[in-house]
Write a protein that binds this ligand. Structure first.
Ligand SMILES: NC(=O)c1ccc[n+]([C@@H]2O[C@H](COP(=O)([O-])OP(=O)(O)OC[C@H]3O[C@@H](n4cnc5c(N)ncnc54)[C@H](OP(=O)(O)O)[C@@H]3O)[C@@H](O)[C@H]2O)c1
Length: 289
């Protein structure tokens, strides 16, 4: 392992002429969305595992990436990048090429959702969800897999909503259905190489996700988020699932019940139940006014 607390910016990495681990490849973890919530918690817990020489953390805001870095003992490389922009990936591609590391963990945790119907959301909002939750996840994975070996782990942030078509959260839920399907197929592809792929599918998690979730015009935003988990619990379970080579990590019984119900029930019933919840919450709100 390299010296602790060494911090390297993406720019410095690009200037590094040779692989930095003398006599071998350094082992790294790459975590998108590591400046907040679940991604930051992955950084903390992977740091504690002491399995990698460096943690590469990616998100738009440098200040919050700094906060993540300050919490970690493992040397960190920060990539303050907007992953909805294709050119952002050039930085990561070049850093990988220069350093030729072994990617021990890839965690695709950057993502967001917006409540609102098709007409309430702007096209930019709907497209942005897919750009980040799906396209960026696929690109990041495509870049990292050539650097992965037997015993490497990929964790994709899905959601329990992956199993349910959700009116007023349609693009988000569909973007997560993509993640789960992609994850299952990729798992089969990478099995011969000994690389595990796990889709992490929690119910609500207490993070900054909810600061960004409301569209200004949305008329049906949930009033209450029941059965909230902590990022700590979600990540603990997810890393355990990856080590056991599980296809999906669902961290709580409530989410497991939803998962089973969503698989068994016809889609129209799932939608009717969601609509019922929306209606109930709206009447409760109106009764309070
Ligand atoms: N919270 C929940 O209830 C919940 C439930 C199920 C699944 N999930 C999924 O879990 C993942 C993590 O969400 P979270 O709850 O931890 O939310 P969060 O606290 O808001 O974290 C989202 C992360 O993504 C980064 N990000 C957002 N837009 C980005 C962009 N354009 N380019 C690069 N990075 C970007 C954010 O940093 P910057 O803003 O600085 O870029 C932040 O680090 C998401 O995929 C989410 O869909 C969340």
């Amino acid at each position: 392992m390299e010296e602790k607390n060494e911090t390297v910016t993406a720019e410095e990495t690009l200037r590094t002429p040779e692989p930095r681990a003398a006599g071998g490849h350094s082992q790294i973890a790459i975590i998108t969305g590591a400046s907040s919530g679940i991604g930051r918690e992955f950084a903390r817990q992977i740091d504690r595992l002491k399995e990698v020489d460096e943690i590469w953390i990616i998100a738009r805001g440098l200040k919050k990436l700094d906060e993540t870095r300050e919490e970690l003992d493992t040397p960190v490389v920060q990539f303050p990048l907007d992953l909805t922009k294709k050119e952002s990936f050039d930085n990561i591609r070049e850093a990988l090429l220069r350093q030729m590391p072994i990617v021990k963990y890839l965690v695709n945790a950057a993502g967001y959702g917006k409540f609102g119907s098709t007409t309430e959301l702007t096209l930019e909002e709907s497209e942005g969800i897919i750009e980040l939750n799906d396209r960026a996840l696929v690109t990041m994975t495509g870049l990292a897999v050539p650097y992965m070996v037997g015993g490497s782990h990929i964790l994709h942030m899905g959601s329990i909503s992956a199993y349910m078509p959700l009116p007023d959260f349609a693009a988000y839920a569909a973007s997560k259905a993509f993640v789960v399907s992609y994850s299952y197929a990729q798992r089969a592809e990478l099995k011969p190489k000994g690389i595990t792929v796990t889709a992490v599918c929690p119910f609500w998690v207490k993070t900054a996700f909810f600061d960004r979730v409301a569209n200004a015009n949305a008329t049906r935003i949930p009033e209450k988020y029941r059965f909230m988990s902590s990022p700590d619990h979600v990540v603990k379970k997810a890393l355990k699932a990856a080590k056991k080579n599980k296809p999906v990590s669902i961290n709580r019984p409530a989410a497991k019940c939803l998962h089973v119900a969503a698989k068994l029930l016809p889609k129209r019933v799932v939608i009717a139940l969601w609509r019922g919840m929306q209606k109930r919450q709206r009447s409760e709100k109106e009764a309070k006014i």
